[in-house]
Design a protein around this ligand. Structure first.
Ligand code: SF4
Length: 299
C-alpha cells in the first residue's frame, strides 16, 4: 500500500484520526491529508462563507499541525477542487506555508476532453511553478486514459522523459498526406517504447525538414510529391519513401532508433523543475495512494 488517505472534513472525532495514525505508524505507511471543497469542516465554512482557497489551505494546515502535535510527520497533502482556479490558489497558498509533499489533482474534472483540459491547466500551472510531487488525473473515462493524460502533462512540461512524443504539423493548403490519421496510428503503435524520442509527422515535403528539425525522426509529404515522401532524422534527409510505405518505414526506423538509444543509455531524466512546494520531503514519501498517482520526476 502506498499511502492511506483521510479527509479531515469528514472523518469525524479526533480519536478516529488517532486510530488511523496508530495503524499507519505500525505499518510505516504514509498518510495523505485529502482536503476538498465538498467536505470542509463546518467552522471553516462559517468563517469563509463558502469553500475558498484560504479555507482549503487552512483546513489542510490545521490537520497537518494537529498531526505534528502528536509527533506524526509521515504525510503528504492534497487540496483538490473541481474549480481549477480554486484548486490552483489553494495549493499555492498551502505551499507558501508548508513543505510537506503535495499530491495534485482537479477533482471531478469531467469527461475525457473537458477533464483533460482542466487537469492539464490546473496540474500544469502548479508543476510549472515547482509545486507538486505526485499527480492524479480524474476523468469520467476509462482509467487508462487518466494515466495517459497524466503522462502527457509530465511530458509536455519535460518532467517525464519517457516514451515517444509524436508531434504533427497543423496542416495547411500544402498538405499531401493524412497527417491526423498517421499521427494517431503512430501513437497507437509506439506505446511500448520507453526511450524518449520525438517523432514528427509533417504534411508536405516543401517545409517538411525545416519544420521538423526539432524532432529525432520524422516523415513528410507524399501524394503530391511524385508519390514519394521523405524520411528524415535529426533534421537531415535520410531517403525518399513511397507514400504507401511511409508509415511502416517510419515505425521500423523508430524501433531501430529506440534500440540504439537504449543501448546508449536513455530514459527518465527530469529537468530540475518541480517539487518547489515540497523540497526536502518528497524522497521520504512513496508516490501516491493508488495505481494512478503518477510521481513527478525530479533530478
Ligand atoms: S508541414 Fe507543410 S502541410 Fe504541414 S503546416 Fe507546414 S507547410 Fe503546411
Amino acid at each position: 500500500m502506498d499511502c492511506v488517505r483521510i479527509n479531515p472534513g469528514n472523518i469525524g472525532a479526533w480519536w478516529k484520526v488517532e486510530e488511523v495514525v496508530k495503524a499507519v505508524r505500525e505499518r510505516n505507511v504514509p498518510l495523505r491529508i485529502g482536503v476538498n471543497g465538498g467536505s470542509l469542516e463546518r467552522e471553516l465554512l462559517v468563517k469563509y462563507g463558502y469553500p475558498t482557497a484560504e479555507a482549503l489551505a487552512e483546513s489542510a494546515l490545521n490537520a497537518v499541525h494537529a498531526l505534528e502535535d502528536i509527533g506524526f510527520t509521515n504525510m503528504k497533502v492534497s487540496l483538490k477542487a473541481s474549480d481549477v482556479s480554486l484548486m490552483v490558489d489553494a495549493y499555492r497558498l498551502f505551499a507558501l506555508q508548508s513543505d510537506y509533499p503535495l499530491h495534485l489533482g482537479v477533482t471531478e474534472a469531467g469527461t475525457l476532453l473537458t477533464g483533460s483540459i482542466k487537469s492539464s491547466i490546473g496540474i500544469g500551472l502548479l508543476l510549472a511553478d515547482g509545486i507538486g510531487d505526485t499527480i492524479r488525473v480524474s476523468l469520467a473515462a476509462d482509467p487508462v486514459e487518466e494515466v495517459k493524460v497524466g503522462f502527457e502533462i509530465l511530458k509536455a512540461l519535460e518532467l517525464r522523459h519517457r516514451g515517444i512524443n509524436v508531434i504533427a504539423c497543423p496542416t495547411c493548403g500544402r498538405v499531401e498526406i493524412d497527417v491526423v490519421k498517421l499521427a494517431n496510428e503512430i501513437e497507437k503503435r509506439v506505446g511500448h517504447i520507453r526511450v524518449p524520442l520525438t517523432v514528427s509527422v509533417l504534411g508536405c515535403v516543401v517545409n517538411g525538414i525545416g519544420e521538423g528539425k526539432e524532432a529525432d525522426i520524422g516523415i513528410a509529404g507524399g501524394e503530391g510529391s511524385g508519390g514519394h515522401g521523405i524520411l528524415f532524422k535529426e533534421g537531415k534527409l535520410v531517403r525518399k519513401v513511397k507514400s504507401e510505405e511511409l508509415l511502416e518505414t517510419l515505425l521500423a526506423e523508430i524501433e531501430i532508433m529506440a534500440k540504439e538509444r537504449e543501448a546508449g543509455g536513455s530514459g527518465d531524466k527530469g529537468n530540475g523543475r518541480g517539487n518547489g512546494g515540497a523540497q526536502g520531503n518528497a524522497s521520504h514519501v512513496p508516490s501516491g495512494s493508488g495505481k494512478k498517482e503518477i510521481p513527478v520526476l525530479k533530478v
